[in-house]
Write a protein that binds this ligand. Structure first.
Ligand code: KIV
Ligand code: ZN
Length: 517
């Protein structure tokens, strides 16, 4: 059975989309998770886009083992050199070069002729081959390009030594039968292509990204480029979990396999949502909250008799947790450890100690603790990776009238800071009170709140995005009291800003030292 290479671009094309930006430690954490998920190729970023991105690729290349690590580069020597430098520590590396090939992009964006495009494509692949054996070439906006010209571009890229040829539907415009036609035509017209891997990269502007990726596979593609939860520019990229599960559930009819450990799909999706604060829509296939819920009585009846009446795959296949009561106030550490094991997390003794104490605190406030609560505890506490310079000790809010009053007590490096403020509602008052004690200019840009579980006593998960010191940071908090969760989310973002500030200061000190100042 042929194997389809899964090329994950969550950290590049996905992270490029509004609201999905992640810090370098967050990207590293997701990269480790993607490696455990079993992706074959991991696109870690676009080195020339910023120094931060280049450093993040470098760290991923150094630390993440398993997948081939790749970085994107425009077809210029400078970009390719930066990609190569950031991939240097990877044991398996790929340089991914691209140039647009549609007439509209050539004329209105690059301002070059078709001949110049051909020359630049060939030269870029040659330069990249000087740094890596494994070079991928992408013809941006391929699906709106003239097929005869696209054929020429592919021909020169193959002749210059590209090992993978990627045909993106950059603006999500193509229909499945057009994708099939393009892929088959290229395969027959460019004989050298049989020595390369043909790849699909589809965007979802018409909701066809997954269907188009599968059409490409049927027409000879052996690599698909996709993202977790389908995040990406505009309407997003083809969703990894949908492609993988379609190939798995319909294996008999399609006849392909992947190396993805499908039982880790749900946890990878949750981690991404947690890191970005962006939730998939509830009815999103595979990972949406309702993907395995049966509401109608007739459906429930059928499922109780035999799950196969309305389920084409089980939640277990993708590692989605059940929502049955799992643990209560009197459950011990061992029970907790076993439940985390069942959810796919092996905790160190230190982590287990911390989750046990968070769990006890939660079980005191909430009668029933569900799997989703356990995941919330894990992500918001034990797995949090920012140094907590500012810690919320206490929060007191009075609300219900025209204005709300809040008082906060925050500890910072052993000092206790206290501040009060009024606001239009309890959350606004709590935020204003936090701001009175901190020396940061904070502009809130996004605020979302979700209940981790059903019921009135649910844990509220808050995700924010804020401009602090001129940079954007995300922050997260979780608590049964949503005002407290909101204040925690704000402090989480501020703690990241504090870490960035001290990094900048030590960088400045090191540079002035080296100048002998
Ligand atoms: O959508 C696209 O064309 C891309 C390429 C740069 C691969 O993301
Ligand atoms: Zn793309």
């Amino acid at each position: 059975m042929d194997r389809i290479t899964i090329f994950d671009t969550t950290l590049r094309d996905g992270e490029q989309s509004p609201g999905c930006s992640m810090t370098a430690p967050e990207k590293l954490r997701l990269a480790h998770e993607l490696a455990e998920l079993g992706v074959d190729v991991l696109e870690a970023g676009f080195a020339a886009s910023s120094q931060e991105d280049a450093e993040s690729i470098l760290t991923i290349a150094r630390e993440v083992k398993g997948p081939r690590i790749t970085a994107l580069a425009r077809s210029t020597r400078g970009d390719i050199e930066r990609a190569a430098a950031s991939l240097e520590p990877a044991s398996k590396a790929r340089i991914h070069v691209f140039i647009a090939t549609s007439d509209i992009h050539l004329a209105r964006k690059l301002n070059i002729t078709r001949e110049q495009c051909l020359e630049q494509a060939a030269e870029a692949v040659q330069i990249a081959r000087g740094y890596a054996d494994d070079v991928e070439f992408s013809a941006e906006d391929a699906m709106r390009s003239d097929l005869d010209f696209l054929t020429e571009v592919v021909r020169v890229a193959v002749a210059a030594g590209a090992k993978t040829i990627n045909i993106p539907d950059t603006v999500g415009y193509a229909l499945p039968h057009e994708i099939e036609h393009t892929f088959r035509t290229l395969a027959t017209r460019v004989p050298g292509l049989s020595q390369c891997v043909l790849s699909a990269h589809c965007h979802d502007d018409l909701g066809l990204a997954v269907a188009n990726s599968l059409a490409a596979v049927e027409a000879g593609a052996r690599q698909v480029e996709c993202t977790i939860n389908g995040i990406g520019e505009r309407a997003g990229n083809a969703s990894l979990e949908e492609i993988v599960m379609a190939l798995q559930v319909r294996r008999e009819s399609l006849g392909y396999q992947t190396g993805i450990h499908t039982e880790r799909i749900y946890r990878t999706s949750r981690l991404l949502s947690y890191l970005t604060g962006i939730e998939p829509q509830p009815n999103k296939a595979i990972v949406g909250r309702n993907a395995f819920a049966h509401e109608a009585g007739i459906h429930q009846h059928g499922v109780i008799n035999d799950r196969r009446t309305y389920e084409i795959m089980t939640p277990e296949m993708v590692g989605a947790p059940g929502t049955e009561l799992v643990l209560g106030k009197h459950s011990g550490r061992h029970g907790l450890e076993q439940r985390y094991e069942a959810l796919g997390y092996t905790l160190t003794p230190e982590q287990l100690k911390r989750v046990t104490s968070d769990f006890k605190a939660l079980a005191d406030r909430k009668k029933t603790v569900l799997d989703e609560d356990l995941l919330s505890i894990l992500h918001h506490g034990v797995m949090e990776d920012v140094t907590e310079l500012y810690h919320l000790e206490a929060l007191d809010v009075h609300c219900g009238g025209d204005v709300s009053d809040a008082t906060v007590e925050i500890t910072a490096a052993g000092k206790r800071l206290r501040g009060s403020a009024k606001g239009d509602g309890p959350i606004a008052a709590a935020f204003a009170a936090v701001e009175t004690v901190l020396d940061y200019r904070i502009v809130l840009e996004r605020f979302t709140i979700r209940a981790a579980t059903p019921g009135q006593d649910a844990v509220g998960e808050v995700a924010i995005e804020a401009r602090i010191d001129g940079h954007t940071f995300t922050g997260r908090g979780a608590h049964t009291d949503v005002v407290r969760a909101s204040a925690e989310a704000l402090l989480h973002a501020v703690n990241k800003a504090a870490a960035a500030r001290s990094l900048e200061e030590s960088h400045l000190a090191a540079t002035s030292d080296s100048w002998g100042v």
